[in-house]
Design a protein around this ligand. Structure first.
Ligand SMILES: [Zn+2]
Length: 106
């Protein structure tokens, strides 16, 4: 609807002060948005091109949103923030997300 994707109050990826956790710590925040289980995804960093499993990303949960950073170059790969306006999902720091096919119901 707008090209201004993130509100100014959203995390900018540089303010988090907590120690990094592995990406699995952020799975719950992303699972509510993505149709697939995020822990099955393989994510390519948009900055350095490193491909890593979701669980290998560095997760920062202490800020106003959840930030995932590349384990290799520490660039922001993805972030999610819940605000009164709604849920913001920013994947601009990643170049691709690969979700493996899940077994069908049969
Ligand atoms: Zn990187």
């Amino acid at each position: 609807m707008t090209s201004d994707l993130f509100p100014p109050a959203a995390p900018d990826g540089g303010a988090e002060s907590c120690a990094a956790l592995d990406g699995n710590a952020a799975a719950g925040d992303f699972a509510g948005i993505l149709a697939s289980d995020p822990t099955t995804a393989t994510v390519r960093c948009g900055s350095c091109g490193t491909t890593q499993a979701f669980g290998q990303l560095q997760a920062y949960l202490g800020g106003p949103g959840t930030v995932l950073r590349c384990r290799q170059c520490e660039a922001m790969v993805a972030r999610v923030a819940r605000t009164p306006q709604g849920t913001w999902l920013d994947l601009s720091g990643s170049s691709s997300w690969l979700f493996l096919p899940t077994p069908g119901p049969t």
